[in-house]
Design a protein around this ligand. Structure first.
Ligand code: NAG
Ligand code: NAG
Ligand code: NAG
Ligand code: NAG
Ligand code: NAG
Ligand code: NAG
Length: 489
C-alpha cells in the first residue's frame, strides 16, 4: 500500500465511441455476451502467452499478484458462464507461476512478494479446486496441493512474539512490511483455512481460521462495528503492537473475512454456527454502511472514491486499489452460496452494481487510467472500441480504463449468473466428498525457510520438533545472511 499524489487533468478529453455494451440483466445470454466482451478486453492486456514472454505475468505496471487475481476471475468466469475459451491460457498461467517448489513463490518473485501477493495466487488455486476447474496433468502442480503448501507455510510463519500473533505482511526480514501485521495477509490465511476446512473436511484448518479471527479482534483490526482496518505496525525491539491503522478501510479486507466467515458458518453447527452467522451478518452490515452507495446500493471503493483529502490533495485509488471492489463482488457472490440465507440481501447489490458497471463500458481503444503513484498512465485499452469499462460506477465512463476496471466490471456482470445454472456454479463450490477432483497433499510446503515455528504451536512439542525447529532456525539465519544467494537459486 502506498500513499499517492494527485494526478490532474489527464483524462477529460477522451472521446466516447458509439459501440457500448447493451445488456438485459434478466436475459442470461445477454449477460453472458456482456461478460465475454469485458473478459476479451481484459485479456488483451495479457501478453504472458506470447513467445518469449512469461506465462502468468501481466506487463508493467501491473504487479504479479494482480495477474494472479485476474486468473482467479477467469476461473470463475468459466464456472459461471461455461465459456471454455480461456481455460487453456488460465491453466498455463497458474501452473507456471506455481514455481519449482509448487508454492507460488517462484524465484523471479520471491524477493518482492509478501504473504498477500502469494495469497492472491493461492486464492486462485482454491477457486480452481472449488469450481472443479479442469485439473492439470498428474505430473503438474494440482490446485488443492498448491493451496495446502502455501497454507502450511503461512501457518509456520504465525508470529506470537509481535502483537500476540498473526502473520506479518513480509515473508522475509529484508522486505518492506517486516514490522507490519496487515489484515489482507491474515484475512487470506483465515479465508483459506475456512475453505480448506470445508473442502477437505479436516478441522485443523478451521482451528487456524478461528484463531486468526480471534487475533484480528484482539488487536481491534476487526472492530466492534465489523469494520476491518488495514493493519498495525509493531515495534521490532519491544514487540509492542501499535494501534496505528489509519482512517482508510478497503473493500477487499472486509470481503476476504466475509467469505471466510460464511464458509465457517457453512461447516459448523449449533452455537458455533450461530457465532459465525453473527459475524457474517455484522460484516454484511459494515459492507452496506461503507461500500454501497446510500441510495442506489452500487459498490464503491469508499475511501479512495469519496475524494477525501490526503495532505492537501484529493486521495485517488492507486493501481492496486483500483481492483479491490472486484474481489468484494467475488466474495459477496460466494457468501450468498455457502450462507444461502444471505442471498436475498446480497443479490440486489450485485444486480444494481452490474447494471451500473456495464453502463460505464463505453470507452474507446487507447483509454488508460492514471498510475496514481507515479504520475504515468496504464497501457491503453486494446479490446473492442467503445467497450472499455470505467472505474467509478456512480457516473458515466470516467476514462480510468485498465485491468482493474475490466476485472471489476467483469465480476459485477458475471456474478449475476452465479445462481442461474448456466455454467457449473449454481450448485455451489464442491468439496472432496462432493464433486471435487483436485488432488491434495496435506504435508506440502512444510519446509518453509521463513518459518516462525507456528506449526509447532498446534501440537505438544516433541523431541523431533525441537530438533526440527533448530534446523529451521538455522536455515532462517542462513537465508537472511546470504539472502541473495538463497533467493536466486
Ligand atoms: C494468448 O491467449 C489469448 C487469450 O486466450 C489468445 O487470444 C491468444 O491467441 C493467445 N496467444 C498465443 C500466442 O497463443
Ligand atoms: C523467470 O524468469 C525467466 C526469465 O525471464 C523466465 O524464463 C521464467 O519463465 C520465469 N519463471 C517464472 C516462474 O515466472
Ligand atoms: C489436517 O490438516 C493439518 C494442517 O493444518 C495437517 O497437518 C494434517 O496432516 C491434516 N490431516 C489429514 C488427515 O489430512
Ligand atoms: C485505537 O485508536 C483509536 C483512535 O485512533 C481509538 O478509538 C481506539 O479505542 C484504540 N483502540 C485500542 C484497542 O487501543
Ligand atoms: C452514506 O452517507 C453517510 C452519511 O452522509 C456518509 O457518511 C457515507 O460516506 C455514505 N456512504 C457512501 C458509501 O458514500
Ligand atoms: C453450504 O453450502 C452449500 C453449497 O452452496 C449449500 O447448499 C448449503 O445449504 C450450505 N449449508 C448451510 C448450512 O447453509
Amino acid at each position: 500500500m502506498r500513499w499517492n499524489v494527485a494526478v490532474c487533468g489527464l483524462m477529460g478529453l477522451l472521446a466516447q465511441s458509439a459501440t457500448a455494451i447493451t445488456m438485459d440483466i434478466d436475459d442470461t445470454q445477454s449477460v453472458k455476451d456482456a461478460a465475454a466482451t469485458i473478459a476479451y478486453g481484459m485479456l488483451k492486456y495479457y501478453t504472458g502467452n506470447n513467445t518469449g514472454d512469461t506465462p502468468g505475468n501481466l506487463p508493467d505496471p501491473y504487479y504479479w499478484w494482480e495477474a494472479g487475481a485476474m486468473f482467479g476471475a477467469m476461473v470463475d468466469y468459466w464456472w459461471v458462464t461455461g465459456d471454455t475459451s480461456y481455460v487453456e491460457v488460465t491453466t498455463q498461467a497458474i501452473v507456471h507461476q506455481a514455481g519449482d517448489a509448487r508454492d507460488f513463490n517462484p524465484a523471479n518473485q520471491s524477493r518482492t512478494s509478501s504473504n498477500d501477493d502469494v495469497g492472491f495466487w493461492t486464492i486462485t488455486a482454491m477457486m480452481a479446486a472449488e469450481d472443479a476447474f479442469p485439473d492439470p496433468p498428474p505430473d503438474q502442480p494440482q490446485w488443492l496441493a498448491l493451496v495446502q503448501a502455501v497454507f502450511n507455510q503461512m501457518a509456520s510463519r504465525w508470529d506470537d512474539l509481535n502483537c500476540g500473533g498473526g502473520l506479518r505482511w513480509a515473508i522475509n526480514d529484508f522486505q518492506t512490511g517486516k514490522d507490519y501485521k496487515n489484515s489482507i495477509s491474515n484475512g487470506i490465511f483465515f479465508n483459506l483455512g475456512a475453505r480448506l476446512a470445508r473442502f477437505t473436511g479436516n478441522s485443523s484448518y478451521g482451528e487456524w481460521a478461528s484463531r486468526t479471527w480471534d487475533w484480528e479482534r484482539s488487536i481491534n483490526l476487526i472492530t466492534d462495528e465489523y469494520d476491518v482496518k488495514d493493519g498495525a505496525h509493531f515495534d521490532v525491539t519491544t514487540h509492542v503492537c501499535r494501534n496505528d491503522s489509519g482512517p482508510h478501510v478497503w473493500s477487499y479486507n472486509i470481503g476476504v473475512f466475509l467469505q471466510g466467515a460464511a464458509f465457517m458458518y457453512n461447516v459448523s453447527t449449533g452455537a458455533e454456527q450461530e457465532t459465525w452467522k453473527t459475524r457474517v451478518d455484522g460484516l454484511l452490515g459494515a459492507v452496506e454502511a461503507k461500500f454501497l452507495t446510500n441510495d442506489t446500493k452500487i459498490i464503491k471503493e469508499w475511501y479512495c472514491e469519496s475524494g477525501f483529502s490526503d495532505r492537501g490533495h484529493p486521495y485517488q485509488c492507486n493501481i492496486d486499489q483500483q481492483t479491490f471492489k472486484g474481489y468484494l463482488l467475488r466474495w459477496l457472490s460466494s457468501t450468498s452460496q455457502v450462507a444461502p440465507y444471505t442471498y436475498e440481501r446480497i443479490n440486489p447489490w450485485i444486480r444494481a452494481t452490474a447494471a451500473a458497471a456495464v453502463a460505464t463500458c463505453t470507452g474507446p481503444v487507447g483509454a488508460a487510467a492514471p498510475q496514481v503513484d507515479s504520475g504515468g498512465i496504464q497501457p491503453g485499452f486494446k479490446g473492442i472500441d467503445g467497450t472499455a469499462c470505467g472505474f467509478k460506477w456512480t457516473q458515466t465512463f470516467d476514462g480510468w480504463a485498465g485491468v482493474g476496471a475490466q476485472m471489476n466490471a467483469l465480476s459485477a456482470v458475471m456474478y449475476t449468473l452465479t445462481h442461474k445454472g448456466v455454467g457449473k456454479a449454481a450448485k455451489g463450490p464442491v468439496t472432496t466428498a462432493q464433486g471435487g477432483t483436485s488432488k491434495g497433499d496435506p504435508g506440502a510446503g512444510v519446509t518453509d525457510p521463513a518459518s516462525r515455528g507456528g506449526l509447532a504451536a498446534l501440537k505438544p512439542i516433541t523431541m523431533a520438533d525441537r530438533v526440527g525447529a533448530g534446523i529451521v532456525t538455522a536455515i532462517l539465519a542462513i537465508s537472511i545472511v546470504g539472502g541473495s544467494v538463497f533467493l536466486t537459486i
